[in-house]
Design a protein around this ligand. Structure first.
Ligand code: AMP
Length: 188
């Protein structure tokens, strides 16, 4: 199995690049943000809970997010591997993912970290709001909060994968094709 973590701040291009990588490597795209939004649309209990955090730009609690992610993986026994997009977002999530995969005789191959400077992130998110319909993309205060949460809670996850020798930094500026090329080179 080929399991990749696509990492980076909000607006780094994780979703956009995942769409290409899933086709290229025949993997399943698993975005925790997408699963939460699907549940919000369906007005499930999980959706209601997630929305209360997402509207403020805060993280959904680890226990809820981890068990949801595990369920999503278990729902795809046919998968060749996964691209995890937006997960793990805390060190506790990274540890839980490692343990969960190990229990299945599996592991993360590498973390690909898209690096984009902060002013560019804000520009991209505000532009995306026009088509995404996402309230958390349209409000500059919520965008700032998401970036702050990324810096304080999520950025340290990189250290977890660096220690394991699985971290790869990718320049996330430039054309979509250029960035895809860098990712493919890094995956090898
Ligand atoms: P995203 O679609 O990845 O930008 O995520 C949108 C929002 O969903 C985030 O701002 C969080 O509120 C929530 N979320 C997504 N993934 C996670 C996660 N792994 N842990 C906690 N909250 C998450």
């Amino acid at each position: 199995m080929r399991n990749l973590v696509l990492f980076g701040p909000p607006g780094a291009g994780k979703g956009t690049q995942s769409a290409f990588l899933v086709d290229h490597y025949n993997l399943v795209h698993l975005s925790t943000g997408d699963v939460f939004r699907f549940n919000i649309k369906g007005e499930t209990q999980l959706g209601k809970l997630a929305q209360s955090y997402m509207d403020k730009g805060e993280l959904v609690p680890d226990a809820v997010t981890i068990s949801m992610l595990q369920q999503e993986v278990e729902n795809r026994p046919d998968a060749n591997g996964f691209i995890f997009d937006g997960f793990p977002r805390t060190t506790a999530q990274a540890q839980a993912l490692d343990q969960f995969l190990e229990g299945r005789g599996d592991s993360i191959e590498c973390m690909l970290s898209l690096e984009v400077e902060v002013e560019e992130l804000k520009k991209r998110l505000l532009a995306r709001a026009a088509t995404s319909g996402r309230a958390d993309d349209a409000d500059i205060d919520v965008i700032q909060k998401r970036i702050d949460v990324y810096n304080s809670e999520t950025a340290p996850v990189a250290h977890f994968y660096k220690t394991a020798g699985k971290f790869k930094s990718i320049d996330g500026h430039g054309s979509l094709g250029d960035i895809t090329g860098r990712l493919v080179d890094a995956i090898g």
